[in-house]
Design a protein around this ligand. Structure first.
Ligand SMILES: Nc1nc2c(c(=O)[nH]1)N[C@H]1C(S)=C(S)[C@@H](COP(=O)(O)O)O[C@H]1N2
Ligand SMILES: [Mo]
Length: 394
């Protein structure tokens, strides 16, 4: 499965200074933070089941590291019987598997929480679905032999830097419990959408933890370390935790793990101008612990009291895959000109759905409030409703 790019250029993974890891072109992604690069996709561009790589969001805590491929080694160690390392060519030779999985950053939709929460100010586009190809993490763990007492697997990236309130440099690392690490769909991905990973998405190898928020899918992976206690690393215990109002920040924080049930409208866009009549509203829906069974859409005139239509069932579109979002579409009629709000909510097979407002938390993570967008409905040009009313009193 060695890709063309690797063969043509087997040695050099260019550093940001050489320009290959820089911001994506502005028409593909919107840059949220320039360095380290955080960039999101406009929702209307999420119009295919597989997100093309140039439209796949980027979330990096540090500049993309320079990885020297000839000397690159992936280490597997810790609470195992046989620690070992693998070179890139050795990894490439192992049996692989392909998984289509949706990735969402835990901070996605953060700008929609109130009061504002600290963190990268994402709108809704820290989200994408890719076809990942790589070696199941379980295969490497089986080869190493887990010792009794192993509880978590720490995934370490090559990127390093400073974080506020922490002395010295730290590297990016995140842990997953052993059972999630042993899931056959948890991959050490070498390819994304049929090509070697792009540098900004973790070349030469990254973890992909389907069904979890993106923080566990560690890029530029260098070490897999099995431990027998809860991991206390910075990223596991500080940014990617739920701390709700009134919680004691130390004793009650809960790690962010599984994707919540969520759906977003990808067409029309916010503030779109639509003509009266029928339109097909489109979007995507996903969740980490079950299967989306229903998506419901409604519309409400801004000055109305009752929804003008009850929740309508959207049609769920093929193809589908266990860890991938489902695309949906729903015809809606707008009879009255004016402002309307369109809302969507997804329901999974356990009956879990979305709250109107997700409970506020200090990090603004895992926000899955019902997506609501305003649109402007106008009567077709030239129709009686399109003409301004006659001035009555001069
Ligand atoms: N080494 C490393 N891995 C990382 C990160 C990082 O900063 N460094 N960011 C994580 C977060 S928070 C997310 S949401 C995903 C984003 O992956 P992408 O940039 O390929 O979209 O990578 C994860 N893996
Ligand atoms: Mo993230």
């Amino acid at each position: 499965m060695s890709g063309e790019r690797a063969r043509a250029n087997p040695i050099v993974v260019e550093s940001p200074a050489k320009g290959t890891v820089g911001p994506p072109s502005s028409d593909e992604l919107e840059v949220v933070v320039r360095e380290p690069l955080c960039a999101e996709v406009p929702l209307t561009a999420l119009n295919s089941w597989i997100t093309p790589t140039p439209r796949f969001f980027v979330r990096s805590h540090f500049p993309a590291p320079h990885v020297d491929l000839p000397s690159y080694r992936l280490a597997v160690d810790g609470e195992v019987d046989r620690a070992f390392t693998l070179s890139y060519p050795e990894l490439r030779k192992l049996p692989d598997r392909t998984v289509v999985a949706t990735m969402e950053c835990a901070g996605n939709s953060r700008t929609r929480v109130y009061p504002p929460a600290e963190g990268v100010p994402w709108k809704h586009g820290a989200l994408g679905t890719a076809r990942w190809r790589g070696v199941p993490l379980a295969d490497l763990l089986a080869r190493a032999g887990l010792r009794r007492g192993a509880t978590e697997v720490v995934l370490e990236g090559a990127d390093r830097g400073r974080e506020r309130g922490v002395a010295g440099e730290i590297g990016y690392a995140m842990s997953v419990p052993v059972d999630k690490a042993m899931d056959p769909d948890t991959l050490l991905a070498l390819e994304m959408n049929g090509a070697d990973l792009e540098p900004r998405h973790g070349f030469p190898v990254r973890a992909v933890v389907p069904g979890w928020y993106g923080m566990a899918s560690v890029k530029w992976l260098t070490r897999i370390s099995v431990i027998d206690h809860p991991f206390q690393g910075y990223y596991r215990t500080r940014p990617y935790v739920f701390i709700h109002e009134g919680d004691d920040p130390e004793s009650s924080k809960k790690p962010v793990t599984t994707l919540q049930v969520k759906s977003l409208i990808t067409w029309p866009s916010e503030d779109a101008v639509l003509s009266t009549g029928s339109h097909v509203v489109r979007g995507v829906a996903w969740g980490g612990s079950g299967t989306i069974t229903r998506v419901e859409v409604t519309t409400l005139p801004v000055d109305g009291w009752e929804p003008s239509v009850p929740w309508a069932q959207a049609t769920l579109l093929e193809p589908r895959a266990r860890h991938a979002w489902v695309r949906w579409e729903c015809p809606l009629r707008f009879d009255a000109p004016g402002y309307h709000v369109i809302r969507v909510r997804a329901v999974d097979d356990a009956g879990t759905t979305q709250p109107l407002y997700a409970p506020w938390n200090f990090r603004g993570v895992a926000t899955n409030s019902i997506h609501a967008i305003p649109v402007i409905v106008r009567a077709p040009e030239g129709s009686p409703a399109d003409r301004p009313a006659e001035p009555r009193d001069g």
